[in-house]
Each structure stands twice: as C-alpha cells, then as structure tokens.
Design a protein around this ligand. Structure first.
Ligand code: SF4
Ligand code: SF4
Length: 85
C-alpha cells in the first residue's frame, strides 16, 4: 500500500528529499504522499525511507490504497520506465 502522513506531522521537511519517487510534497497544512507515486520504496530500498527519517513517526500505511508487494513493484517499473528518455 501507499503510505499516508497523519496530522501529527510537524512539517519538518526531513522526509521529502529522501523519497526516491518524488511522492512527498508540502500540502496545505501538512506534508502529503501521492499514492500514485509511493511504492513503499519497493525497487529502491529495503524499507520506507520516509518512515526511517520521520522524527515523530507520523507515517502509516494508507488503508485506502492497499497494494501487494507485486503491485508495488509493478508501480516501480512503470514509474522508472516513464522516467526514461
Ligand atoms: S515509502 Fe518511499 S516511496 Fe513512499 S512516500 Fe515514503 S519515501 Fe516515498
Ligand atoms: S518527516 Fe514526518 S514530521 Fe517531518 S515533514 Fe515528513 S511526515 Fe512530517
């Protein structure tokens, strides 16, 4: 599944540059994850980098975007294909 930033986010901006998919951006009140871009870091890292660095542990699995490991890997492939010239 994609991940979700809860409203405990303190807008510290630590996670945004760590995301290999550019899925994190500053929203109106807190940071947000684009579920179309988040692969839970599958294809890039062994663990979600945003969760690893978030100082307040406010990033959780998004129950509205349940995906299997295989689906996440397919998303990774689509995203990396799309990024090629
Ligand atoms: S889990 Fe990985 S891909 Fe998803 S938002 Fe966090 S850093 Fe980005
Ligand atoms: S690292 Fe955590 S607290 Fe900081 S902006 Fe990202 S989600 Fe918010």
């Amino acid at each position: 599944m994609a991940l979700l930033i809860t409203n405990e986010c303190i807008n510290c901006d630590v996670c945004e540059p760590e995301c290999p998919n550019g899925a994190i951006s500053e929203g109106e009140t807190i940071y947000e994850i684009d579920p179309g871009l988040c692969t839970e870091c599958v294809g890039h890292h062994d663990e979600p980098q945003c969760i690893r660095v978030c100082p307040v542990e406010c990033i959780v699995k998004d129950p509205d975007h349940a995906e299997t490991e295989e689906m996440l890997f397919q998303k990774y492939l689509r995203l990396t294909e799309a990024g090629r010239p």
